[in-house]
Design a protein around this ligand. Structure first.
Ligand code: 3PG
Length: 428
């Protein structure tokens, strides 16, 4: 079992939140909210990291002989149409869970109907109930109290282990736990928050943060909140071209957020005033179009010729970043260095992933694309911590209060719903 200490004196963090081990879940009806939102291609799961990440909590609940009710969203269905049901069903996830746990996982299609109560109380020790995609119910994203009240009617203990969804004020993340007195977190959230708190309360120096991806606006909150703690920043990916444009360097036809140039100029001043090291690309891999296996060239300087677009960092930039990585003691990486999903523009991102894996530093990688990059580069096992939450890890590092954590921290709860045991007649 993973034993994770609560960070002493950390602001926010896990203070005031009970862990699954601090609650009595023995033989209770335990509702476990997970993030089983895994990538799928043609109905097949392409990466089961999030499913594996949920196993320690499920296994603990099994050991405690709990009646286990699992819930998760998958994708972003627009509603509850037959097409959405086919595309976003949790059936393949249930199948995978069943293989990994070697027991029956029963997918329940209508968790918002009354039949669920009998189903829950009739669960045997070798069965787990998986509720169908929470987002099929219109109440989920509206944080509906009506939906939550129904789910609370058969829940004795609520456990949140859906780190990737902790920033969503949705019914199964926020409204439901507000109704349940016995509530807390599972092992995955414990582990994730403890790692991210390590970055926010950093002791090791130098602390290097690498940010990439398309948009400056997505990363501004993290830059601001980490500014004082980080010793050097690397900015790559398309967001770097907005910073180059902000310095008056020509960017050709590269992706630039024109309305964020002033913001980039302001950030450049802030880095300078605080004496923070900032590495921006000094050369690029450019092409005339964004197409697989299109002819490319490396630019001699940071300037991008007219008619060309930059799609990856160049070799000089890669060397600079590798050198910076070799000096760091702790590193956070979010966002690819180029359009790594299309060859030949994956090289810079893969080299950064490999340098991270080979460094002696503590390394934390968060965000869907950079996680895919470390997986595709085959170095995932050498990273200290890979976060299962993209948006969630960024919002946590921005210092924002996250609905799914805040509700668990509150000492009061809204209603003490003392539900009667479902009667024998309810049992199907
Ligand atoms: C994620 O993949 O980041 C989480 O599962 C949250 O999904 P969402 O962005 O659709 O809410």
């Amino acid at each position: 079992m993973i034993a994770v200490a609560k960070p002493a004196g950390a602001e926010g963090g896990l203070q005031g939140i009970k862990t699954i081990e601090e609650l009595n879940i023995h033989a209770k009806r335990v509702f476990i909210r997970l993030d089983l939102n895994v990538p799928m291609k043609k109905g097949e799961i392409t990466d089961d990291t999030r499913i594996r990440g949920a196993l320690p909590t499920i296994q603990y609940a099994l050991k405690e002989k709990a009646k286990i009710i699992l819930a998760s969203h998958l994708g972003r269905p627009k509603g509850d149409t037959p097409e959405d049901r086919a595309k976003y069903s949790l059936a393949p996830v249930g199948q995978r869970l069943s293989e990994l746990l070697n027991l029956d996982v029963l997918l329940f299609e209508d968790p918002n109907g009354e039949g669920i109560k009998g189903m829950v109380s009739g669960l045997s020790e070798k069965q787990i109930l998986l509720l169908e995609n929470t987002r099929f119910a219109p109440g989920e994203e509206k944080n509906s109290m009506e939906m939550a009240t129904h789910l609370a009617s058969f829940t004795e203990v609520y456990i949140d282990d859906a780190f990737g969804a902790i920033h969503r004020a949705h019914a199964t993340v926020s409204a439901l736990p507000s109704l349940i007195k016995e509530r807390g977190i599972g092992f995955l959230i414990q582990k994730e928050v403890t790692w991210l708190d390590k970055l926010l309360n950093v002791k090791e120096k130098p602390f290097l943060t690498l940010l990439g991806g398309a948009k400056v606006s997505d990363k501004i909150g993290v830059i601001e909140n980490l500014m004082e703690k980080v010793d050097s920043f690397v900015i790559g990916g398309a967001m770097a071209y907005t910073f180059l444009a902000a310095q008056g360097i020509s960017v050709g036809k590269s992706l630039v957020e024109k309305d964020k140039i002033h913001l980039a100029q302001d950030l450049l001043k802030r880095f300078k005033n605080r004496d923070k090291k900032l590495i921006l690309p000094v050369d690029h891999i450019v092409a005339t179009e964004f197409k697989a296996n299109t002819p490319t060239q490396a630019t001699p300087t940071a300037a991008i010729p007219d008619g060309m677009m930059a799609l990856d960092i160049g070799p000089k930039t890669t060397n600079l970043i590798e050198e910076e990585i070799s000096k760091a003691k702790i590193i956070f990486w979010n966002g690819p260095m180029g359009a790594f999903e299309i060859p030949p523009f994956e090289k810079g991102t893969f080299k950064v992933a490999t340098a991270l894996a080979n460094s002696k530093a503590t390394t934390v990688v968060g965000g869907g694309d950079s996680v895919t990059a470390v997986e595709s580069a085959g170095v995932a096992s050498k990273i200290s911590h890979i976060s299962t939450g993209g948006g969630a890890s960024l919002e946590y590092l921005e210092g924002r209060s996250l609905p799914g954590l805040e509700v668990l921290r509150q000492n009061d709860f809204r209603v003490d719903l003392k539900m009667p045991e479902p009667s024998e007649n309810d049992i199907q």
